[in-house]
Design a protein around this ligand. Structure first.
Ligand SMILES: C[S@@+](CC[C@H](N)C(=O)[O-])C[C@H]1O[C@@H](n2cnc3c(N)ncnc32)[C@H](O)[C@@H]1O
Length: 309
């Protein structure tokens, strides 16, 4: 079975400050690396609700943890975090929520999932391949302007216009259905190469984020995570690129400050008070971890604690 090495494992456990009888939500189960470590730190009364939108992640989780009574596995998007945690029957607040964003190694490494330009496969890229439109379907229908916009904003791709133009010309000849087909097309459209980076890296990132609605799900999940936490409970977010890290960073910044309209006033209404306190600075993987697991290279962990309202 395909493996995933969890990133920043010790740092996440320390950040969550796991309590033996605590209730935790791992909103991005993947292959359960973080969930397993949280379970190992919990006593018999502790609970974990783990969520993933990928049917293969849930199936792998059932195979690995089937007999674990302290774990509830739920398939679905963390965009509806509160609903999913409630569906698990967890009463009361949580002591921790973890979001380890992006794709897992099995998703990326399996050519048939269509995430990778390194191997040829169907151009799918959906984490939940049973709903929504695949990358190939989106590429067939998107207007040139939408293509440019997605490549520019979600891939920070300088050559968005050239690539979009090439995609539109190519799809008039034949549908774009394979990862290699798209990677070759992008490589031909991009005039210069960034050292150490395949020319299609940014295009694949942009399309993946778009097709999976990744940034919207993150924006939706963060305030729900805060509402689910008990005072003293911890929120830990691991991001892998600047767009999602910016969302996490700004959210924590806003929530640690409270509504600026009331700043300095003696009586701040509950809805305008800070809900979080930052815990430490952002954490990056050590050189030793990056040497063991190159995926950890771009990981950024941010931790915050729920404060009493
Ligand atoms: C980086 S992996 C998590 C790896 C996991 N921490 C481990 O140690 O095995 C990210 C996982 O989050 C899932 N995911 C991404 N966006 C999601 C969303 N909006 N809702 C639920 N799961 C999501 C992906 O399907 C993937 O399995």
């Amino acid at each position: 079975m395909a493996e995933h090495t969890p990133v920043l494992l010790d740092e996440v456990l320390a950040g969550l400050s796991v309590q033996r009888d605590g209730r935790y939500c791992d909103a991005t189960f993947g292959r359960g690396g973080h969930t397993a470590a949280i379970l190992a730190a919990l006593g018999p009364e502790g609970r974990v609700v783990a969520i993933d939108r990928d049917p293969e992640a849930i199936a792998a989780g059932q195979a690995r943890f089937g007999a674990e009574p302290r774990l509830t596995l739920i398939r679905g998007s963390f965009g509806r975090l509160e609903e999913r945690v409630r569906a698990a029957g967890l009463e009361g607040g949580l002591q921790g929520v973890l979001l380890d964003l992006g794709v897992s190694s099995p998703q990326f490494d399996e050519a048939r999932r269509g995430f990778s330009f390194m191997q040829d496969g169907p151009l799918d890229m959906r984490m939940d391949y049973e709903s929504g439109q695949s990358a190939s379907q989106w590429l067939a229908r998107a207007s040139e302007r939408e293509l440019v916009d997605v490549l520019r904003t979600l891939g920070e791709e300088r050559f968005a216009r050239r690539i979009a133009n090439r995609i539109v010309a190519a799809r008039d000849v034949e549908p774009i259905t394979r990862t290699r087909q798209l990677a070759d097309l992008v490589a031909a459209a991009v005039p210069t190469r960034e050292p150490g980076k395949h020319p299609a890296t940014r295009t694949f990132q942009a399309i993946r984020i778009h097709v999976n609605g990744e940034l919207d799900a993150l924006e939706a999940a963060l305030p729900q995570a805060v509402r689910l936490l008990e005072p003293g409970g911890r929120l830990a977010v691991i991001s892998f690129h600047s767009l999602e890290d910016r969302i996490a960073k700004r959210f924590i910044q806003r929530e640690t400050q409270g509504d600026p309209v009331y700043a300095g006033l003696p009586d701040i209404p509950a809805h305008a008070r800070a809900t979080l306190r930052r815990v430490g600075a952002k954490v990056l993987a050590s050189p030793a971890e990056v040497a063991r697991n190159p995926r950890a290279r771009s990981a950024v962990l941010r931790v915050a604690e729920r404060v009493a309202a």
